[in-house]
Design a binder for this molecule. Structure first.
Ligand SMILES: *Cc1c(COP(=O)(O)O)cnc(C)c1O
Length: 429
């Protein structure tokens, strides 16, 4: 081997894993165990003191789950990572070492619907809050960050609406204000975009989506760049000062670039327990082996389908940043140059009724509340995920009554188009 760093496709198969030291098993074994036998009392003490890295109890760490976390850390170019029980768990785990009662996160208005709910409602129970801003208005972003702000949060490719976030611009503001930028990279994956290279501190994933890739797992990941100076201000006492929840250990001065990761394991996973299970980690490791191949096909198919829809007279509009008509087309070329993801919306002539008919007439597409599957998926937000909202709120969320959202799969693209074609004929008859 040369000194050249390993390529993405190689890391996706090899990073974080070696043949099993006990058996030589080539594939990562599913370590279906709760606990690990200590060599002796001295070994146990060293593990609990974090003087030696090893396994204690699977709520904290497990070899299969660690292999997954380390593989995603390698793909994202981070120093460390933890795996969690879901994407939503990963978001709480990303905020947990940073926040406290009275502290806030400044978040993009363009986020996954579940994240809007988590941030606007549920985190208030912890005394945390979120301020939502249009991340295309950089002055508004800067103005929203106050003395109690502990993070800036956005998604690389936000749905619906085919929006692409200017990650480097947000990273510059975060750096200026001395807070970390957290990027939800679920819909892009590290194959399309590496937020850490653009200045992000933390990257979160719903591994439920493209990382696993086939709709079998609920999981999440938090990757830390290892670059943020948690001790530069007094804003992050859990990391920079003695942590009472871990017998006064000062994580950042002691552990440097691994401070966030170790805090997340030793305090976050220990006390919140949002742990990924080894079986789920195994499926996600299998999925990641083919991430590059799948993402290439996902974006190729999405581009073809979006172009086909845009020229079709039954369609009013298509919001895909891969199209020249998109206001975010230029930005997509620098943030996601290999393709603008495989998730977009389109508006159908005939409104709400035509959309419902379309969804019911499709045969290859599955009508589900999910994305990032090998299969093509569709949902009509106005009759499902966004049905609680008034019509003007639906329109603002990019989920007007005449809009459907698709997650384009990796089937033969001619079959995807044929299915849309026959269903659109029925829907707009
Ligand atoms: C699905 C999703 C989440 C939540 O992940 P779960 O695994 O469902 O908890 C968060 N962000 C984005 C962008 C998602 O697509």
């Amino acid at each position: 081997m040369t000194d050249r760093p390993l390529g993405f496709d190689t890391l996706a198969i090899h990073a974080g894993t070696a043949p099993d030291p006990a058996t030589g098993a080539r594939q990562v074994p599913i370590y279906q165990t709760t606990a690990y036998v200590f060599k002796d009392a001295e070994h146990a003490a060293r593990l609990f003191n974090l003087q030696e890295v090893g396994y204690i109890y699977s709520r904290l760490t497990n070899p299969t789950v660690s292999a997954l976390a380390n593989r995603v850390a390698a793909l994202e170019g981070g120093a460390g990572a933890i795996a969690c029980s879901s994407g939503h768990a990963a978001q709480i785990m990303a905020l947990f070492p940073l926040m406290g009662p009275g502290k806030n996160v400044v978040a993009s208005t363009r986020l996954y619907g579940g994240t809007i709910t988590q941030f606007s409602q549920t985190i208030k129970r912890f005394g945390w809050s979120a301020k939502f801003v249009d991340t295309d208005d950089l002055n508004a972003v800067e103005a929203a960050i106050d003395d109690n702000t502990r993070a800036l949060f956005c998604e690389t490719i936000a749905n619906p609406g085919g929006y692409i976030t200017d990650i480097p611009a947000l990273a510059r503001i975060a750096t200026l204000k001395g807070i970390p930028l957290i990027v939800d990279n679920t819909t892009a994956t590290p194959w399309l975009c590496k937020p850490i290279e653009m200045g992000a501190t933390l990257v979160v994933h719903s591994a439920t989506k493209y990382l696993t890739g086939n709709g079998t797992v609920t999981g999440g990941i938090v990757v830390d760049s290892g670059q943020f100076d948690w001790s530069a201000s007094d804003k992050f006492p859990s990391l920079s000062q003695p942590e009472p929840a871990y017998h006064g250990l000062t994580f950042h001065p002691t552990l440097g670039g691994m401070a966030f990761t170790f805090h997340s394991i030793a305090v976050g996973l220990r006390d919140l327990g949002m742990t990924m299970n080894p079986q789920g980690a195994h499926y996600t490791l299998m999925g990641i082996e083919t991430l590059a191949l799948r993402m290439a096909r996902h974006v190729e198919n999405a581009q073809i389908v979006a172009e086909w829809l845009e020229q079709d007279s039954r369609i009013e509009a298509v919001t895909y940043a891969g199209l020249k008509s998109s206001p975010w087309h230029k930005r997509a070329e620098s943030i996601v140059p290999k393709g603008a993801g495989a998730l977009f919306t389109f508006a159908v002539k005939g409104g709400y009724q035509a959309c419902v008919k379309l969804v019911d007439s499709l045969q290859l597409f599955s009508h589900v509340a999910n994305l990032g599957d090998t299969r093509s998926l569709i949902i009509h937000p106005a009759s499902t995920t966004h049905r609680q909202l008034e019509e003007d709120a639906q329109i603002r969320a990019g989920a007007a009554p005449n809009v459907v959202r698709v997650s384009i799969g990796i089937e033969d693209v001619r079959d995807i188009i044929a299915d849309l074609d026959q269903a659109l004929t029925k829907a707009t008859a």
